[in-house]
Design a protein around this ligand. Structure first.
Ligand code: MN
Length: 537
């Protein structure tokens, strides 16, 4: 149902709509876990991937591209586990035109398959070293094979926008003739304008059978990913391949938030999306990006300024009717705002020391986060202790805490536990003493070490590494700290990358605490636990 009273857009849109061949329904294909995970600097943990899949399902995403199972064991495990979640969303796996790749998707027991091969002269010559005839033969062979196992087969001609149009259509038609039920037209390298992209989509739409759903996959190299996606919809496409926050290779993919809300508010195309979960889902994914990618202040719809008003004239008009200077209500995408329009209060969830378990449970469910009983208890305690110190727990704080707890190994799998930490800092040489409990064959042994450092964090990290050193030589590769919200009371979020020097195994971990020395220490211990866990299996 489209909430017209929450939307006020150009009257020209209504006039234009009638002359366009818009689809009866817009389908959303989310590739946050595949293309989004290929964002330089971003890597989600297994638990984060599952949590994202659950949130996407709640959001109403039609198809989740859960990964590329052939590329790594981690991707395979995530694909398999997401397929097992019993989501309403269709869980799809990516495969090159290779039997090995297709078999991996089948082995991961995924709902449907996405197969691709490049069709541009550049890619065929330089990457594939295949002739046009060989590419067509490969499509025949592999799409047929995929179709033996799957009812739904999506075919993508990679680099479609730099391909010869006749050859692109021939490749798509071949795929359809051999069992592809959907065709995706990707602008893999973001090299086209909306008008030209619309032309390519239309030519395909006019040629391919009408029951073949056409998807579009656009990259943002010129800032045109969403515009190109929309141009696709004006010309016969009905499926948008997008990512949350526009994550993706290079400058990213078409942002889900902008694409979905444009189609919803400007074009009023029906869809399965629960728009009220758009903002919470983006914040959830942002929290999993470990501070490396953040929602920009000016980002459309979900940025901090998207519904903020500074000018007195605007604010005055806003009090009379918020639609005067806003195209949609922030509530429509799940941003709650206080009555004071000049001061936008982002959805503060009012969790604190007085919150009951029910409020917490409801909040988690709202966000599509499913916890074990232990995780729930930990989150509850963490929120309460933060609240006990007189803080109101904001959405950001809350998500940081949840992420923190979800990333923790269960107690029985922890090898290193912090027993005591003393830090001396100020106008002295910063000194830290730690006592750790380290498991050895089922029993815990205490180890104590002290170190000085350039600051309290440095001293503490060195003391811990000293405690741990007799068993494992560790190298800290990367250390990042940022405040979850603003102000001196903010939670400090620390994310680190550690390497086990003996095996070259690299692990990432993060932790959140109101004391930055503690966030650093907890992140380090989590990382050490991961290193020991990998070694012990
Ligand atoms: Mn892509």
């Amino acid at each position: 149902m489209i909430e017209k009273k929450e939307i006020s857009v150009s009257t020209m849109m209504g006039k234009l709509r009638k002359s366009l061949h818009l689809p009866d329904k817009a389908y959303f294909f989310d590739t946050t876990l595949r293309d989004g995970e290929q964002t330089p600097g971003i890597s989600f943990t297994h638990e984060e991937k599952l949590s994202i899949a659950q949130a996407l399902d709640k959001l109403g995403i039609d198809i989740i591209e859960a990964g590329f199972p052939v590329i790594s064991e981690g991707d395979f495990a995530a694909c398999k586990d997401i397929a097992q979640l019993g989501l309403d969303s269709e869980v799809m796996g990516l495969a090159r035109m290779k039997k090995l790749d297709i078999d991996k998707v089948i082995e991961a027991d995924m709902d449907s398959i996405h197969v691709f091969i490049a069709t541009s002269d550049l890619h065929m010559k330089e990457k594939l070293r295949m002739s046009k005839e060989e590419v067509i033969e490969s499509i025949r062979e592999n799409v047929s094979y995929a179709n033996e196992h799957y009812d739904q087969v999506l075919f993508s001609a990679e680099d479609a926008t730099r391909s010869d149009l006749d050859f692109l259509i021939q490749a798509n038609q071949t795929a359809v003739d051999h069992g592809a039920t959907r065709v995706n037209i990707p602008d893999t390298v973001g090299t086209i304008s909306p008008h030209a992209f619309g032309y390519i989509v239309r030519k395909n739409y006019e040629t391919l059978p009408k029951d073949i759903r056409i998807a579009v996959h656009c990259h943002n190299d010129f800032g045109l990913a969403v515009a190109n996606t929309i141009a696709g919809f004006e010309n016969g496409a009905s499926e948008a391949q997008t990512t949350i926050m526009g994550l993706g290779e290079r400058a990213g993919n078409a942002s889900f938030e902008e694409t979905a809300m444009s189609l919803y508010a400007l074009y009023q195309v029906p869809m399965n999306i629960n728009t009220r979960l758009i903002f919470p889902t983006a914040k959830l994914v942002e929290s999993y990006c470990g501070g490396k990618i953040k929602i920009g202040r000016l980002q459309p719809l979900i940025g901090q300024n998207a519904f903020a008003h500074e000018s007195g004239i605007h604010a005055h008009a806003m009090i009379k009717n918020a639609r005067s200077y806003e195209p949609i209500t922030p509530e429509l995408i799940g941003i709650k705002r206080s009555d004071d329009v000049e001061q936008i209060v982002r959805s503060s969830i009012k969790l604190g020391k007085h919150s009951g378990g029910h409020a917490l449970k409801a909040k988690l469910e709202d966000l599509g986060i499913y916890t074990t009983e232990d995780q729930f208890k930990n989150i509850f305690e963490h929120v309460k202790s933060f609240g006990d110190k007189g803080h109101e727990v904001s959405e950001e704080d809350f998500l940081a805490i949840v992420k923190d707890v979800m990333g923790e190994l269960p107690k029985e799998e922890q090898f290193v536990i912090l027993d005591e930490l003393t830090v001396l800092t100020g106008s002295v040489t910063p000194t830290s003493t730690v006592r750790l409990k380290i498991r050895n064959n089922g029993d815990f042994a205490s180890r104590t070490a002290s170190s000085v450092g350039v600051g309290p964090v440095d001293a503490s990290v060195k003391a811990i590494v000293k405690c741990f050193e007799p068993m494992n030589k560790i190298q800290l590769l990367d250390y990042n700290i940022d405040a979850v919200t603003g102000g001196t009371e903010a939670l400090g979020h620390v994310s680190i990358e550690l390497m086990d020097v003996e095996t070259n195994n690299i692990v990432r971990s993060s932790a959140t605490h109101e004391d930055i020395v503690m966030s650093s220490v907890l992140a380090l211990l989590k990382g050490l636990n991961k290193i020991v866990k990998v070694k012990s299996v």
